[in-house]
Design a protein around this ligand. Structure first.
Ligand code: IMP
Ligand code: MG
Length: 203
């Protein structure tokens, strides 16, 4: 093994820091062009979407505003319904505004489709979705996604806002874990990646 290169069994760097930076820049450019002359409101769903939002925001050259929502984690059995509880709602009225929901990852799409229904009921002028990752193979609720960073394989992914048991949101890159490692995953599993700042840089 090369010095400074970590390896944890079954874990792979899926998207490097550099790949993420390039995609985020391209998404920012697309949004800047599409919303020229307008002032969109970017809405992030806590907590996973915040890292992506913070980077995306600085690649959009328009007078954007940001707002946040927080939703309760649903139990596995309630999951199929997609009904989630809004724990923290937006601070501002989005009536007649151009709204872009900024998500970390769309998996089944159930959470987001529920949120979009809630947001549409507030009569925004437009409502679009920008997600960094799209696990399209897992989709249950059909969704139209205007902006996608990367299509994502059906694994559990961690880093760049996404957590494993609330940890590792601060990894600057994204790693994948096979689903079978998830059930009994030791929370210390990915510590070697945090300790190797050069890892996953992709330069
Ligand atoms: P959905 O309702 O199935 O689309 O769930 C989406 C939410 O589940 C995301 O906003 C994440 O919070 C979480 N999630 C889904 N897949 C992953 C993953 O691979 N890693 C971390 N969180 C995930
Ligand atoms: Mg999320």
């Amino acid at each position: 093994m090369e010095p400074g290169v970590v390896s944890v069994e079954g874990v792979e760097v899926l998207f490097t820091e550099e790949q993420i930076r390039d995609r985020v820049r391209a998404l920012g450019e697309a949004i800047t062009a599409d919303y020229a002359g307008r002032a969109p409101v970017l809405i992030s769903v806590l907590k996973g979407g915040t890292v992506f939002l913070a980077d995306l925001l600085r690649r959009i050259h328009l007078p954007v505003r940001i707002d946040f929502m927080s939703i309760s984690q649903y139990e596995e059995d309630a999951r199929a319904s997609g009904v989630v509880r809004i724990v923290k709602d937006l601070d501002q009225d989005i009536g007649d505004e151009d709204v872009v929901v900024v998500e970390d990852i769309i998996d089944t799409g159930l959470t987001l489709s529920y949120l979009l229904t809630s947001l549409w009921s507030r009569a925004p002028r437009s409502l679009e979705v920008c997600t960094l990752l799209d696990k399209s193979v897992r989709r249950i609720a059909p969704l139209e996604i205007r902006y996608t960073g990367f299509d994502c394989p059906d694994a559990f992914v961690v880093g760049y806002g996404l957590d494993l048991q609330e940890r590792y949101r601060n990894l600057p890159f994204i790693v994948s874990l096979p689903r079978e490692r998830l059930a009994d995953a030791d929370p210390d599993l990915l510590l070697p990646y945090l300790a190797a700042p050069g890892q996953g840089r992709g330069e």
